[in-house]
Design a protein around this ligand. Structure first.
Ligand SMILES: [Zn+2]
Length: 229
């Protein structure tokens, strides 16, 4: 389903997480790669949008958690797309992430998930750091928003006043929330990142864990989370 008000952004919903497809003239770019069933959900969504003949040229990652990167190797094999990803989450792309404190439990879950779902390590073609510009779809600025993971980044479209927010928060109606503590590397840094995101000139945000509300509604929820921090 294309995003309300944007006929060149598609939201692909798969098991517990969604991801995005951007169409730039006749090329497609993914923001994250989904989780279990993500590839078939992507295929269905592209067909529905009438985009199935367009080549997928690149995959941009917001961070290295398994529910965002599980399908990257398969997608690269199938499409030849390049991968751009935050520098500081390299361990995740290698299948060797390090976790500390409470989030060690997530490390155990991910290890199991990598085995069960056949994760394969992948090469990054371009490393992303705060302030970098990706020159697709009118330009996407990389905004380092650490805390959830060390490298976690948002992608900001200045022309649309829109932030792809990754896992900065989950937008689920009355149950909207910051990611649960066990999923976060650094709780304090995450809170600082929420402020940094909201300092951008925004009319909409699109997170990866969300219901089908509009980007305007997601932004309203993020602001109300920030207000309560
Ligand atoms: Zn995550």
């Amino acid at each position: 389903m294309t995003i309300h008000g944007e006929d060149d952004i598609l939201q692909v919903r798969s098991f517990g997480v969604c991801f995005y497809v951007l169409r730039d003239s006749s090329s497609l770019y993914l923001i994250d790669g989904g989780f279990i069933g993500g590839v078939s959900s992507l295929r269905r969504a592209l067909k529905l949008a009438g985009w199935e003949a367009y080549p997928i040229k690149g995959i941009i990652l917001t961070h290295g958690h398994l529910d965002h990167i599980l399908n990257v190797s398969n997608l690269v094999d199938a499409t030849g797309a390049w991968v751009a990803a935050p520098t500081l989450d390299q361990g995740h792309y290698d299948g060797l992430p390090t976790y500390k404190g409470l989030s060690k439990l997530v490390g155990v879950m991910e290890k199991l998930g990598r085995l069960l779902f056949g994760f394969r390590a992948f090469q990054v073609d371009r490393y992303l750091n705060d302030g970098d510009l990706i020159t697709i779809s009118g330009g996407l600025r990389v905004v380092h928003l650490p805390g959830h993971t060390e490298g976690h980044c948002g992608l900001y479209s200045e022309s649309r006043k829109l932030l792809f927010a990754g896992d900065l928060f989950a937008s689920l109606g009355r149950f909207s929330h910051l990611p649960p503590r066990i999923f976060n590397r650094d709780e304090k840094a995450l809170r600082v990142s929420v402020g940094k995101a909201l300092d951008l000139d925004l009319t909409r945000v699109l997170p990866n864990h969300c219901d089908r509300s509009t980007g305007e509604e997601h932004l309203k929820r993020l602001r109300s989370i920030a207000y309560r921090l």
